[in-house]
Design a protein around this ligand. Structure first.
Ligand code: ADP
Length: 471
């Protein structure tokens, strides 16, 4: 099968979170299973773009808002990622250093989608499936079905994967003129609550819709940031498929971002050496349990609960535990974490920013990874943690519920709590400290987690089975 993935992120080209990890891995595994997978993403001015070579395979132009934009589709030359990589270059729109957060994001991602469609329209054959990821690519299923220009692509099956339904990309009807001409009788398909909603349009128009875990699929029926009714209505074509992890990149025995690699046989020594590095860098005592958080500092991740969890634990149990936070996001949360650091003075440190290699060291050198998420469509961090022998402490929600069994239950690999509240997370942290102080039990839980297999294989096959059953 020939599969084209269209996405705003793809590791290592451009990554903000889990979307990048998934789109950098799934196509590779689909390719290994005997298919032909391609990925197309915007050509942001990232390090990857600056340091690789590309050939121009398609050129075009479009009106977008008040300007005419020229675009190129580039193909990466070395084919080092394990699938064919294409980038859409639109000077003036997509040549930004970052991925999101620009005032013209609507125009940027609309321009991206139009360029992708114009390019496919020029192929002398058709792909077997176009797989769109999140709202940035959500207008493609609609435009394929009803856009006049794309008539010959009408029968190409489309899939939408929802990585996070909180972000829908809505914009006002006053921007309708930005879209290429389509059958106006169908404009209701674009609408949700009086706005053009790319995520809702994709849920309506894609042939199949997936979520990144079965648990999240169920939750969306009750909590989908206003799309609950639509999700329930379209549930016959929806399925939850759990994300996997790229075990070639996330492997503590080969991880090139670590100075001290280790496998399950030498986990105690390996993790101790990495913990030593972390503790030196952040001023911690290595004999105490180290509990870390990695992620976007936003309410969905429960990052606003961290000051309370950290402050209360250190106040109640001074000198018993260390906390480390890596992340960036909401300025208010960043500020309260900085305040917490000054107030508690010992046992807590943080790094505000995005740092891929530090994240690997934290997975390797921490004893526990804390994820107090309010919403977690799948969550990859807990799976990386398990593979690196770091015990996850998670709130039971979405994909976290699907992947982490509490160590109090048979086969347990982590610690779970239920309420998205500081007091419940604090109780879970106390259980973590008790577990750490019972080293034989701690090692058993740690090894059990490392033995789990969260590789992509099974899930990549499930996507392929779904594609084959679409016609
Ligand atoms: P999200 O909702 O952000 O997509 P996921 O758990 O699906 O959450 O994926 C998060 C990914 O982003 C993981 O690979 C994690 O290690 C990485 N990540 C998040 N924040 C940072 C950061 N500040 N520095 C480095 N990596 C980060």
């Amino acid at each position: 099968m020939e599969i084209l993935h269209v996405s705003a992120e793809c590791y290592p080209v451009a990554k903000v979170g889990g979307l990048g990890d998934v789109v950098g891995a799934l196509p590779k595994y689909q390719q290994e299973l005997g298919n032909f997978a391609k990925v197309i993403v915007p050509a942001y001015r990232t390090r990857y773009y600056e340091t690789h070579e590309f050939d121009v395979v398609h050129q075009g132009g479009m009106w977008m808002g008040h300007g005419w934009y020229h675009f190129n589709v580039l193909k990466e030359r070395s084919n080092e990622l394990g699938f064919d990589l294409y980038l859409v270059e639109i000077p003036g729109l997509l040549d930004t250093p970052g991925v999101y957060g620009y005032s013209n994001d609507t125009e940027r991602f609309l321009g991206f989608q139009i360029a992708v469609l114009d390019w496919i329209n020029e192929w002398n054959h058709l792909p077997d499936v176009i797989h769109c990821h999140d709202h940035h690519t959500g207008l493609i299923p609609f435009l394929l079905s009803y856009g006049y220009k794309y008539d010959r692509l009408k029968e190409v099956p489309t899939v939408l994967t929802i990585h996070n339904a909180q972000y829908q990309g809505q914009f006002g009807w006053d921007k309708l003129y930005l879209l290429p001409a389509f059958d106006l009788w169908k404009s209701g398909q674009l609408d949700w609550n009086g706005a053009i909603n790319p995520l809702a349009a994709a849920i309506k128009c894609a042939w199949r819709v997936t979520t990144v875990s079965p648990g999240y699929m169920e939750e969306l029926h009750e909590n989908a940031a206003g799309l609950e009714g639509l999700i329930r209505h379209e549930s016959a074509k929806m399925v939850g498929i759990l994300n996997g992890i790229d075990t070639a990149i996330w492997d503590p025995s080969t991880d090139h971002m670590l100075n001290h690699t280790y496998d399950i046989q030498e986990v105690a020594e390996g993790k101790a050496a990495n913990k030593q590095l972390l503790c030196e860098r952040f001023g911690f005592d290595t004999s105490l349990p180290l509990i870390s958080f990695i992620g976007r500092l936003v309410g969905d991740k429960g990052a606003d609960l961290l000051p309370e969890i950290i402050g209360k634990t250190i106040y109640d149990f001074p000198g018993e535990v260390n906390f480390l936070v890596l992340g960036s996001g909401d300025p208010h949360i960043e500020w309260s974490l900085q305040q917490t650091r000054y107030l508690v003075s010992h046992g807590f440190n943080l790094h505000i920013g995005y740092d891929e290699s530090l994240s690997h060291l934290i997975y390797a050198g921490s004893d526990f990874l804390l994820m107090p998420s309010r919403v977690e469509p799948c969550g990859l961090n807990q799976m990386y943690a398990l593979r690196y022998g770091t015990i996850p402490i998670v709130r039971s929600t979405g994909g976290l519920k699907d992947t982490v069994i509490d160590f109090g239950d048979p086969g347990g690999v982590g610690i779970r709590f239920v309420q998205p509240a500081g007091w419940d997370a604090c109780a879970a942290v106390r259980r973590a400290v008790q577990l750490y102080n019972d080293q034989p039990n701690f090692r058993t839980v740690q090894q059990r987690g490392m033995h789990e297999n969260h590789a992509w294989g099974t899930s990549a096959q499930r996507y392929l089975d779904m594609y084959s059953n679409m016609k």
